[in-house]
Ligand binder design. Structure first.
Ligand code: ATP
Ligand code: MG
Length: 245
């Protein structure tokens, strides 16, 4: 079953065509990496999957329906590219706040929060306010927040950015664990080595359109075995040019 379905999706901001005829399907239980250069349209696509933006045209379906439906939202965990959390809260309070918004019972929030805080390696910093957190610590708090309500679909916008090697390994293990539980994970990334290690399939976008999609093995069909090379090839010479690709 396709957990995410996009067909011919278009989204422009004034003259900027952020997403341009994107068609993509994410299957249940797979880990899909969403790759592309800066400005390629990844975050805009993710925001449409979450119902934050409506597409100008085309179809966006998540968990078999409208991404804005409360029933769909309850089953999606999201970690934004840049999070703005209340700086005076500590991580347990942050999770308490989000759990309350999700309608979780206090006991359930506490149980799950303690487990997740340990899982992302924030137990020692648990009592400190978020304003004292480093970038990577905030990333970890964001991962815990996205997982709090045990979502079926996890959408992560550049989750590996800013993480130290141990935290990366932890996140990798965590994502693989989620797949073991039958969850679906869709994440954008510039970390090609991480994508190569854990993704069942990767989708490469350029100028808001899909240029390549498949397992690394499938994409390597033409001889390039390394995802970095596959990525550069998919984007063409412009990969070195900077700006929108
Ligand atoms: N709210 C907005 N208003 C105007 N233009 C926008 C807006 N959001 C995105 N864009 C433009 O849409 C294009 C795609 O942006 P998007 O943030 O989706 O890229 P991205 O692939 O996530 O890039 P990055 O890897 O840098 O995060 C860019 O040209 C960007 O400037
Ligand atoms: Mg982005």
């Amino acid at each position: 079953m396709d957990i995410v379905k996009m067909e011919g999706v278009v989204k422009a901001f004034g003259k900027v065509q952020a997403v341009n005829g994107l068609s993509l399907a994410v299957r249940q239980g797979e880990i899909m990496g969403f790759l592309g250069a800066n400005g390629a349209g990844k975050t805009t696509t993710i925001k449409m999957l979450l119902g934050f933006f409506r597409p100008d045209s085309g179809l966006v379906e998540v968990l078999g329906g409208d991404p804005c439906a409360p029933s769909a939202r309850a089953k999606i965990g999201f970690m934004p590219e840049t999070a703005y959390y209340y700086p005076f809260l500590n991580v347990a309070e942050l999770l308490g706040f989000y759990g309350g918004l999700c309608g979780m019972a206090k006991n359930a929030i506490k149980r799950r929060a303690t487990k997740l805080i340990a899982r992302v390696g924030l137990s020692d910093a648990g009592k400190r306010p978020l304003r004292s957190y480093s970038k990577g610590m905030l990333q970890r708090a964001g991962i815990a927040q996205a997982l709090l309500h045990d979502p079926d679909l996890l959408i992560l916008d550049e989750p590996f950015t800013g993480l130290d090697p141990l935290a990366r390994i932890r996140l990798r293990d965590l994502i693989i664990d989620l797949r073991r539980q039958g969850k679906t994970v869709f994440f954008s990334s510039h970390e090609l080595s991480e994508a190569e290690l854990i993704c069942d399939r990767v989708a490469i976008v350029k100028r808001g359109g899909l240029v390549s999609c498949g397992s690394v093995r499938e994409l390597a069909g033409d001889g390039e075995r390394n995802l970095e090379r596959i990525f550069l090839k998919a984007l063409g010479a412009e990969a070195h040019g900077g700006g929108r690709s």
